[in-house]
Design a protein around this ligand. Sequence first.
Ligand code: 8IG
Length: 280
Amino acid sequence: MTASLNLSDPTVDPFEVAAAAAAVIAEKTGAERHDVALVLGSGWGRTGDLIGETLATVDNAEVPGFRKAAVEGHSGSMRSVAIGDTGKRALVYGTRTHFYEGHGVRAVVHAVRTARAAGCTSIVLTNGCGGLNPDWGPGTPVLIRDHINLTATSPVEGANFVDLTDLYSQRLRDLAKLVDPGLDEGVYVQFRGPHYETPAEVQMAKVLGGDLVGMSTTLEAIAARQAGLEVLGISLVTNLAAGISETPLSHEEVIEAGRAAASRCGALLAKVVTKIAQGH
Ligand code: 8IG
């Protein structure tokens, strides 16, 4: 074990912290390895429940490098969940660390690196976001086809030129569409936040080719690709982006849309995770 497991210490190797975190998770869950990781974003709170039985719950505060939840509607714990009767396990993160919290990009992607260190070979990144397509009412899940990272940073350190072609796995998107053929796809644009966009910024995102605006996911997806994880991204449109709708945005609206969409999204997620576990 290294002397320090503090991610904000630049002399500490973040992959060593991830390995230490994975060891603690293995010990506390009794599962030597996990197979599929899942990050539950805004509005996805309770959607992990349909995947299968929760076999263990671990408080984030007990795991090296993890932080407590900073956002209302997120849970500050992770769970080891049996994926139906496949014999595989999901590592379900009830919350994420956002870039806007100011703890650095290492903290943002720590859960992803830990998932890989815990044995996972694929990860499902979910989020709540604003939608640019007026056909996507609040509560519509959309597959992320690609992203535009406007955070001006990267989780990759040093001269590692990670290829991001097909970052959001075509195979996993196809699999999700087998589960729900009505799913649309879109390009997710990550702003730093935590303020929502101005209407002009939403129009900029549209001109750039964006369909969804949010404050998470892209840095995690990049770290996942670097770690060798296959990535599926699913956004829940909880609100029309600023200026697309006439009404102002509120976090309450976001939480309410999540509640309303919980059953459709929960069923979708459970089926997708099961298919991934079955290797389809
Ligand atoms: I939930 O409209 C949610 N998260 N940037 N814009 C951005 N993030 C969001 C939004 C939104 N809705």
